[in-house]
Design a protein around this ligand. Structure first.
Ligand code: GDP
Ligand code: MG
Length: 314
């Protein structure tokens, strides 16, 4: 496993030439779509490792995450963009949409993920934001959950009239059906060029970020339905040697009233979050881990640009 702290953009790539040609293909791929269509599940299934958060909550992926899949001569660098915001206003919303727009401007292929048979205002809001400068592939996810498979034809026909998709791939991210077909479709649009990552690299995010994401995932899993969106995890202390790591993380919540939700009766929620997160971190770092999690109240943090930047969101 290779970790690098730098963030890659297409501008930072080596120029492609005959040598690069021989090296194969490499490109940036964005998975976009309204919340809950299965972008994170698909990203994780494609990369074959657990990278970002899978949760039923709308805003569980706030950062751009690059997961990398290397298959022979082809390297896919995935950008998991946050859901398009349609309901919430404020600084958080603007910032997230900007992240999405920037991500789309920088990629080589976009995969528009939708849920088979379902089309909502959230899906419709995505269409005008789809780029015209690169191919957009329509991934019709959750076909396993579709009762009437014949309805798929009419559904796809309707969508292809709305946008000139380069290809349409019905699939199931959850069951791993047709993922190879999607990869083949994506691969033909990857530009020739040298690979940007080591073959075993799985993300360009620092390991600290992954750890904060792991903790956030546990929180969303356990109390996501009760806890409003304004919650983030900040790594405050990190001491590591060959034998083990000592990590202190802080969960920043918006209101005092969210604290008992997070704690649970007798602190049981927090205990479970810490235990499960620690197990994942042990697997990630492959060494002993001591994890402390604190709760801090930061009133109205999600509504202020300055505070968001301070927390590392810009
Ligand atoms: P995101 O918000 O677009 O990133 O969606 P997630 O990846 O978090 O998935 C939302 C929900 O859809 C989760 O409960 C997933 O388990 C579920 N899901 C994702 N892919 C599939 C699929 O292929 N079939 C079914 N039945 N459910 C899926
Ligand atoms: Mg997601």
């Amino acid at each position: 496993m290779t970790q690098s702290d730098s963030s890659f953009t297409p501008e930072s790539r080596a120029p492609s030439g005959p040598a690069a040609q021989a090296a194969g293909r490499c490109g940036f791929v964005a998975l976009v779509g309204r919340p809950n269509v299965g972008k994170s599940t698909l990203g994780n299934a494609l990369i074959g490792a657990k990278l970002s958060i899978v949760s039923r909550k709308a805003q569980t992926t706030r950062h751009r995450i690059h997961g990398v899949l290397t298959q022979g001569a082809d390297q896919f660098v995935f950008v998991d963009t946050p859901g398009f915001q349609t309901r919430h206003g404020g600084a958080m919303n603007r910032m997230m949409n900007r992240v999405v727009t920037q991500a789309l401007a920088e990629v080589d292929v976009v995969v528009h993920v939708v849920e088979a048979g379902k089309w909502s205002a959230g899906d419709a809001a995505v269409v005008p934001l789809l780029p015209r400068h690169c191919p957009v592939i329509l991934a019709v996810n959750k076909v396993d959950a579709l009762k009437d498979k014949n309805a798929l034809f009419a559904y796809v026909a309707r969508l292809t009239q709305q946008f000139p998709y380069a290809a349409v791939v019905p699939l199931s991210a959850l069951r791993g059906v047709q993922l190879d077909v999607l990869l083949r479709e994506i691969a033909q649009y990857l530009p020739a060029g040298e690979h940007l990552f080591e073959a075993d690299a799985f993300t360009d995010r620092p390991v600290r970020f992954l750890v904060s994401e792991l903790i956030r995932e546990k929180i969303f899993r356990l109390v996501g339905d009760e806890l409003p969106y304004g919650c983030t995890v900040v790594i405050e202390q990190w001491e590591e040697n060959d034998a083990g790591a000592r990590i202190a993380a802080c969960v920043v919540i918006e209101r005092d009233s969210h604290r008992p939700i997070l704690l649970g009766a007798g602190g049981q929620h927090m205990k479970r979050i810490a235990t499960e997160a620690r197990q994942d971190i042990v697997r990630l770092l492959d060494k002993a881990v001591h994890l402390d999690i604190y709760i801090k109240v930061r009133k109205g943090w999600s509504g202020r640009d300055a505070t968001l930047r301070e927390l590392g969101y810009d």
